[in-house]
Ligand binder design. Structure first.
Ligand SMILES: NC(=O)c1ccc[n+]([C@@H]2O[C@H](COP(=O)([O-])OP(=O)(O)OC[C@H]3O[C@@H](n4cnc5c(N)ncnc54)[C@H](O)[C@@H]3O)[C@@H](O)[C@H]2O)c1
Ligand SMILES: [Zn+2]
Length: 349
């Protein structure tokens, strides 16, 4: 059983941690609204409702799966629904919203919880590997705009993050593997030990061995919480290291048309690109680049960079929300377990 020390949310990481939290958190029969997507509901709604119903008066909202749902339009529908969810009466601002799903649901339901009646309690129950190791932790919530991803949002921490690896059993293979893009990111930015653990336990992880997955999830969440504690609002440069692989990753996602790469796959390619730049600038030894590439390949992540004209990449990098007055901040690896911020104009690359 693991309960992490973290200022912003209570975090439980273990099989069957959900009933335990709700036993203590709310009086019996307390009203709550669970928001999920169709895929997660198909596999797990009955199970989770079975866990929650004895404790809570549970209302559920099931949304279409997919990144398109993460929009202001859906947020608007959700506000409308919440305002009349209790036989025409509203979900009250003291009642929790439970975000049950991958990062899409976590970001959207989190944003709605942050804004509905100026904020209602939020509980994150992440169901994808990406959400369990990364997106449910740290308080970033958002919706996408036609102009780009995550352009409207709020920092809003959940009261609790309940991470049960049992949900990962039903995650489609490609989504599961994509989660290792973010996991390898954590290893490269902070932890040679995690990098080695991934190398030695690849086979167990890919067959979704619960105990081994729990160790990896805990390692990633520990790194993320440590970083968020030091730079909650992404304001002093410390949290920026979590963007390792993301600057180019986002450019690759956009340039190839959304849908070609899953997020973790694009991050993997972005990290490779950053590592290649670091080698060229003599910031990082070529052996580290090769180790990173080998590990990604062994997990089934893509390692062939997309063929995108440099001008197009430069334009996309300039439109990144982290680029300020043509100055690009790239997080580059120095070695496995250490990254550094590198400031430059896009023309250099
Ligand atoms: N807030 C943050 O800090 C942060 C960090 C990283 C990513 N994100 C966001 O997270 C999103 C990506 O997250 P994601 O990869 O989880 O995507 P997702 O939520 O779209 O889930 C991926 C797919 O897996 C399905 N799925 C999820 N859990 C499942 C389960 N247990 N069984 C079967 N199917 C399941 C979903 O229905 C979906 O089809 C993006 O919107 C990204 O912007 C946010
Ligand atoms: Zn990411």
């Amino acid at each position: 059983m693991r309960t992490l020390k973290y200022s912003f949310s209570r975090i439980l990481i273990r099989t069957n941690c959900i009933p335990e939290y709700f036993r203590d958190a709310y009086p019996a029969g307390y009203p709550a609204t669970l928001i999920t997507d169709g895929n997660v509901a198909g596999h797990h709604l009955k199970h989770i409702a079975g866990i929650l119903r004895p404790r809570l008066t549970l209302r559920t909202i099931v949304l279409p799966a997919g990144e398109k749902t993460k929009s202001l339009k859906t947020a608007g529908h959700l506000y409308e629904k919440l305002l009349r969810i209790n036989n025409g009466k509203p979900h009250l601002r003291t009642e929790p919203i439970i975000a049950f799903g991958g990062g899409m649901i976590g970001d959207l339901a989190g944003f709605v919880a942050a804004t509905y009646m100026r904020g209602t309690p939020l509980v994150q129950i992440p169901a994808s590997l990406m959400a369990q190791v990364d997106s449910s932790v740290g308080g970033k919530t958002a919706v996408n705009m036609p102009q780009g991803k995550n352009l409207v949002g709020a920092f809003y921490h959940p009261d609790a993050i309940l991470i049960d690896p049992v949900f990962l059993k039903t995650l489609p293979e490609r989504e599961f593997v994509s989660g290792f893009g973010e996991i390898i990111k954590y290893a490269i930015i902070e932890s040679p030990a995690l990098f080695e653990f991934l190398r030695l336990n690849r086979e167990k992880l890919l067959r979704r061995d619960t105990g081994t997955l729990l160790k990896v999830i805990l390692a990633c969440v520990k790194i993320k919480t440590r970083i968020v504690e030091k730079d909650e609002k992404d304001a002093n440069g410390i949290r920026a290291r979590l963007n390792f692989g993301h600057t180019y990753g986002h450019a690759f996602e956009t340039a190839s048309g959304y849908g070609r790469y899953l997020h973790g796959e694009a991050v993997a390619l972005g990290m490779l690109k950053a590592a290649a730049i670091a080698v060229r600038k003599k910031i990082c030894p070529p052996t580290a680049f090769l180790k990173i590439k080998d590990l990604m390949e062994s997990f089934g992540l893509p390692v062939v960079l997309p063929d995108i004209p440099p001008q197009k990449t430069a334009k996309l990098l300039l439109s990144d929300k982290k680029t300020v007055r043509d100055k690009l901040t790239l997080i580059l690896p120095v070695r496995i377990g250490r990254v550094t911020a590198y400031y430059s104009t896009t023309s250099v690359f």
